[in-house]
Ligand binder design. Structure first.
Ligand SMILES: NC(=O)C1=CN([C@@H]2O[C@H](COP(=O)(O)OP(=O)(O)OC[C@H]3O[C@@H](n4cnc5c(N)ncnc54)[C@H](O)[C@@H]3O)[C@@H](O)[C@H]2O)C=CC1
Ligand SMILES: O=C(O)[C@H]1O[C@H](OP(=O)(O)OP(=O)(O)OC[C@H]2O[C@@H](n3ccc(=O)[nH]c3=O)[C@H](O)[C@@H]2O)[C@H](O)[C@@H](O)[C@@H]1O
Length: 447
């Protein structure tokens, strides 16, 4: 009989995972403690903006006309425990308030709720990003709490999807990593991922600690690559070089590669920043803090880029202060094709300028509702054109396709001053200059 799968936590990771599991042909039951997410999913709506997710949900959510009916949702733990052979735990692991360490309380609470109701053999699979050593501890806790005792087992299967490509990355991952303690756990996970494995996706079997470490080291590597190029941007600014040309030239070396070498206002989101901090905190607990001190630099280079964009904007409006100045901010999300504003560099820059007295107006194609929740005091416009109306400077902070396609002449007709600062290094300087704009980018003093 085909495996039955549950997904606990239906945020960016869980909602996508649940829909993808249904797409792969499994019967899926998903649970969340947030009623609005469950209501949205039940109606076949994605709880967040993620390209392709809503189509997948409508194809599989039970009760939607023409759907396969393979995906159902619930808020009932007993139903979840009774239904699943394999339970994926996809809840959030944010940074602890005022600390670098990871807040494990959501994972612990979800595991406890599930364990108490488990009455039959099951494989519980952690997918959340956790500090190394967590799976070991959670396995002992699970064994203690689960009534079925030895028949309930834990595995760890970190996730590498990127927001904006979540559906594609889940259905066709570049690798699958599983931390397992038995052949049975490995066999069950091979069954779950039979389809990507058949497509040739590498399936890496590891112990718990290594599986956990693959995830945090992957995100640390990506963060380091971005901060490396942003450090080079700082040097280019001092020396009069061009970081975009530098990155292109570096990227031709296959050992370095072209990806993740885009300089600008740096990385944000619900993962990279908090994951490198949690990794440093955990290394400290393990007595290996020296190994990761470089991540402190990675973090501070990254945070400096936000401050540098604020400085560039202040200089553009006269150098002294933002008082009485209108600043248009294009972009609120931490990256394009997402509505996620968690630790968004764009919103951080907008917020800093607002706090320094600037009159900030933000526009983002998908992130407006989330941005308003985080920064209700900023001004919000209904289009890029409206945001730019009367502006003394325009900041391009999230590289949505829509912004690249804007007509600089049309914007120039409504702006008060034609100065654009490109925080993502993707606008075409010639197009803007031809329309009478002063164009400046980060790390490209002569661009
Ligand atoms: N967002 C992403 O692109 C990726 C996230 N991850 C990791 O996946 C985990 C989840 O991240 P996101 O989906 O972004 O977070 P999220 O905040 O979007 O979703 C988490 C969901 O878990 C639910 N939840 C919290 N406590 C619960 C409980 N006790 N029982 C049931 N549900 C509960 C929340 O209501 C929320 O809907 C994190 O550890 C993150 O680091 C890993 C790879 C990619
Ligand atoms: O653990 C996670 O949650 C995920 O974190 C990242 O994915 P994501 O946060 O969706 O976004 P990325 O594409 O990695 O971008 C992160 C940030 O870096 C910035 N970035 C990216 C690339 C670049 O060259 N320069 C740059 O500033 C982006 O603008 C964005 O703010 C990883 O890429 C995923 O593999 C991982 O699963």
């Amino acid at each position: 009989m085909a495996l039955k799968i549950t997904v606990i936590g239906t945020g960016y990771l869980g909602a996508t995972h649940a829909a993808a599991m249904a797409e792969l042909g499994f019967e899926v039951l998903a649970l969340d403690v947030a009623k609005e997410k469950i209501d949205a999913l039940r109606a076949g709506r994605a709880p967040m903006y993620e390209p392709g997710l809503e189509e997948l949900l409508r194809r599989h959510v039970s009760g939607i006309e023409g759907s396969s009916g393979r995906l159902r949702v619930t808020m009932d733990w007993a139903e979840i425990a009774d239904f699943g052979d394999v339970h994926f735990v996809c809840v959030n692991t944010p940074q602890k308030q005022g600390e670098y360490a990871c807040d494990m309380s959501y994972v612990e609470s979800a595991m406890d709720s599930l364990a108490k109701h488990l009455g039959k053999a099951a494989l519980v699979v952690g997918k959340s990003t956790v500090p190394v050593g967590s799976a070991d501890r959670l396995a002992a806790r699970l064994a203690e709490l689960a009534p079925a005792g030895g028949e309930v087992e834990l595995a760890w299967n970190p996730e590498f999807l990127r927001e904006g490509f979540a559906v594609e990355d889940t259905l066709h991952p570049d690798r699958i990593v599983v931390g397992v303690r038995s052949e049975r756990a490995e066999r069950l996970l091979r069954e779950v991922y039979a389809s990507p494995i058949a497509e040739g996706t590498p399936f890496v079997v590891a112990d718990f600690a290594t599986a956990e470490l693959v995830k945090t080291s992957a995100n640390s590597f990506l963060a380091t690559k971005i901060s490396f190029i942003n450090a080079m941007a700082e040097v280019c600014e001092a020396a009069g070089g061009d970081v975009a040309t530098l990155a292109e030239a570096l990227g031709h070396d296959e050992r370095i590669g072209r990806k993740f070498l885009r300089a600008g206002i740096g990385f944000g989101g619900g993962c990279l920043p908090k994951d490198i901090r949690a990794f440093m905190a955990r290394a400290g607990e393990l007595g290996a803090d020296q190994a990761l001190t470089f991540l402190r630099e990675v973090d501070s280079v990254n945070m400096r880029r936000r401050g540098h964009m604020v400085d560039m904007a202040r200089e553009a409006v006269g150098g002294e202060s933002f008082l009485g100045k209108r600043v248009a901010v294009l972009g609120a999300t931490f990256k394009p094709d997402s509505d996620d504003v968690r630790d968004s560099p764009a919103l951080n820059v907008a917020g800093q300028i607002h706090l320094q007295g600037g009159q900030v107006t933000v526009y983002d194609p998908k992130g407006m509702d989330n941005a308003r929740l985080v920064f209700p005091t900023l001004g919000y416009a209904t289009s890029a054109l409206e945001a730019v109306r009367g502006a003394d400077v325009v900041l391009h902070l999230t590289e949505w396709r829509e912004f690249r396609d804007l007509d600089p002449a049309e914007l120039g007709a409504v702006a008060s001053v034609r100065t654009v600062l490109d925080g993502r290094n993707v606008l075409d300087p010639a197009r803007w200059r031809d329309a009478g704009w002063t164009y400046r980018a980060m790390g490209r003093p002569n661009a």
